[in-house]
Ligand binder design. Structure first.
Ligand code: DP6
Length: 337
């Protein structure tokens, strides 16, 4: 493709919350997981990314929320952009801008939505019409969980066995309207700089005595979670999703040196959700590598559950959203003839 046929493209991608987690890699370069994982895609919380190919740029540059991306992030971005340019047969670098609608560093991974939006925008900018598995694979090489943000509704990220990662991508299990749950993010105030997922999972793999048992548990939970989702069975979903998140945090806590992501309010929400469910509310919680808690709740119970969680000491705010669509192209400049 000639430089004149490149164009500016903008994409939005949502964040996703894992129902059964990815915490362990069999290949750190390609972000290949040791187990499959399942997620739900969030509606309006995510990243808007603009890709502008510029023939004069000596290398890719990226602003995230108006600040230059750090070196570790840039290494991942350049890896993804290099793969896209190779597919397009182009050597033109790009100016990249990403704006997040997610609270940063609060346990909601913004890298997932950022890389999913990046691949969708960049593919269009470089004139590539890629199928969804290819977009998911490319997003995965930026950040593992980004493979799932390409997909809407409920997604399964295949573990795969191929060394080159060709069979490790995410696919839709159900569209958003299969189970129109509400999703509440109970934001816990936490001023500490947290250990990133990339670093934390490497530490757990080498330093947690529970790590092998954790991966075995993931393999079982992925099967049970699919059954719970297919049947829209909240009791079963709660058992699997909460059990999986707690097993991941047990693995993190047992890591030496320990990975303690929780704050007192994290535990407050855990207890509150269990009590509310005991009283009849259809809800369950999950927690990523952070202190905030994500609660899935049936629409009719969303209001009372949100009110109860908002009253817990240390909860900054309750963000409410629903199950959403996957990454999509929003706007493009005209391509030169
Ligand atoms: C706890 O996808 O952020 O959110 O592949 O190293 O970029 P990298 O890690 P990342 O890890 C997400 C970890 C998690 C669980 C999950 O989303 O499955």
């Amino acid at each position: 493709m000639s430089a004149s046929q490149l164009r500016r493209a903008t994409a939005f991608a949502p964040s996703n919350i894992a129902l059964t987690k990815y915490w362990g890699k069999r290949d750190a370069e390609l972000n290949l997981p040791l187990a499959a994982s399942i997620s739900v895609t969030l509606a309006e919380l995510g990243s808007l990314t603009i890709v502008q190919p510029e023939p004069d740029l000596p290398e890719d540059v990226m602003l995230v929320d108006d600040r230059p991306l750090d070196d570790a992030g840039m290494v991942k971005v350049r890896r993804v952009m290099h793969a896209i340019r190779a597919l397009a047969g182009s050597s033109v670098h790009a100016g990249l801008r990403s704006v997040n609608t997610i609270p940063p560093a609060r346990g909601l991974a913004s890298s997932a939505s950022a890389f999913a939006a990046l691949v969708v925008a960049a593919a269009d900018a470089y004139g590539l019409a890629l199928d969804t598995p290819t977009l998911s694979r490319l997003a995965r090489t930026g950040s593992g969980s980004a493979s799932r943000s390409v997909i809407g509704g409920f997604a399964l990220w295949h573990r795969g066995t191929a060394p080159d990662g060709s069979d490790s991508f995410a696919e839709q299990l159900h569209s958003p309207d299969h189970w129109p749950l509400r999703i509440l993010v109970a934001k816990v105030s936490d001023e500490r700089k947290k250990v990133s997922s990339t670093t934390g999972m490497r530490m757990s793999a080498t330093g947690s005595p529970l790590f092998t048992a954790w991966i075995d548990q993931c393999n079982r939970d992925v099967v049970d979670c699919q059954q719970a989702l297919a049947a829209r069975d909240m009791r079963k979903l709660a058992e699997v999703v909460e059990g999986n998140a707690l097993a991941m945090h047990a693995t993190m806590l047992a890591t030496r040196p320990p990975l303690v992501y929780w704050q007192p309010a994290t535990l407050g929400v855990i207890h509150a959700v269990r009590t509310l469910r005991g009283e009849g509310a259809e809800c369950c919680f999950t927690i990523d590598a952070g202190s905030s808690v994500v609660v899935l709740v049936a629409a009719q119970d969303a209001r009372p559950v949100a009110d109860a969680l908002a009253g817990i000491a240390g909860i900054e705010e309750i963000i409410q959203t629903s199950v959403g669509l996957g990454a999509r192209l929003l706007d493009t400049a005209p391509r030169a003839p």
